[in-house]
Design a protein around this ligand. Structure first.
Ligand SMILES: Nc1ncnc2c1ncn2[C@@H]1O[C@H](COP(=O)(O)OP(=O)(O)O)[C@@H](O)[C@H]1O
Ligand SMILES: [Mg+2]
Length: 257
């Protein structure tokens, strides 16, 4: 297997409480990998460890052939492991297009001169428009970002993340709080941005997980409970037991699956 991201015995303790415990995760290059589990399972902590926002208590992380365990968040991002919303926030008083232009400039390390010259900004226009097209926002280019509906705002966040040209994207609950229509749009978008890169996503909506993810790792209480494709993990009795009472979707999927 061509593994792009591998953790070994990844562990994080907070004052004696173990949030992530001995996690060995292997993500295949080019795949969409889902990380699921009940609330408090340690999913977000895992993401924070992978992007180096948290230092692990023990264990190691390798990304694209390098040991990144001791690196800083910015170094890891520069290697191409990027979490959506990590570096680029959405500025509500800038237009959609301006947001992406600023993200492109920051990606090139020129964050302090972006207000100086319209000419400089103009250079980024073509690339910014192409990115907006990729996320289906080209018709919204001149709206203020703050005026976008919620689902479109998440799409803009993904566009600003794509401005960094990530090798691997981490998405933490990209469809959280969305309407059906927005969920469908984000699913299509994730599928599109996953072409030519790797995606690791935390997602609660199991229909989304089923539709998108090649491989799924189930966490409970900080540990890996099961791993495999959707059909396999959703039939695993331990997974069903871990979810029962907390997420009717997976028990429902089990009942008719
Ligand atoms: N900074 C922290 N300090 C103490 N406990 C934390 C901290 N961050 C997370 N936790 C705890 O670790 C556990 C896992 O949290 P989290 O990773 O956010 O879970 P998930 O994203 O799967 O819902 C929870 O019990 C949470 O309360
Ligand atoms: Mg979380």
């Amino acid at each position: 297997m061509d593994t792009i991201l591998a953790t070994e015995d990844l562990t994080k303790e907070f004052l004696g409480f173990t949030a992530v415990s001995g996690v060995s995760l292997n993500v295949r290059r080019g795949s969409i990998h889902g990380l699921i589990g009940p609330n408090g399972a340690g999913k977000t902590t895992c993401f924070n460890l992978l992007t180096k926002f948290l230092q692990p208590t023990r264990g190691s992380i390798r990304f694209d052939g390098r040991d990144i365990t001791g690196m800083k968040p910015a170094e890891v991002a520069r290697l191409g492991l990027v979490r959506s919303f990590q570096i680029s926030a959405v500025f509500p008083h800038l237009t959609v297009l301006e947001n992406v232009r600023v993200a492109l400039q920051r990606a090139r390390g020129r964050s302090f001169d972006f207000w100086r010259s319209d000419k400089v900004l103009g250079q980024y226009d073509a690339r910014a428009r192409a990115l907006l097209e990729d996320v289906g926002l080209h018709t919204h280019a001149h709206l203020l970002a703050g005026e976008l509906p919620y689902g479109r705002k998440r799409a803009l966040e993904i566009a600003t993340t794509l401005a960094l040209d990530p090798v691997m994207m981490l998405l933490d609950e990209p469809t959280a709080g969305m309407t059906h229509e927005d969920v469908d749009r984000i699913v299509a978008l994730v599928r599109r941005v996953a072409q030519g890169r790797t995606v690791l996503m935390v997602e609660h909506n199991l229909r989304v997980v089923e539709g998108l993810c090649d491989t799924i790792t189930v966490l409970t209480r900080g540990r890996v409970l099961a791993e495999g494709d959707y059909a396999g993990v959703s039939r695993n009795p331990e997974v069903v037991a871990a979810y029962l009472g907390t997420d009717p979707a997976i028990s429902g999927a089990q009942a008719h699956g």
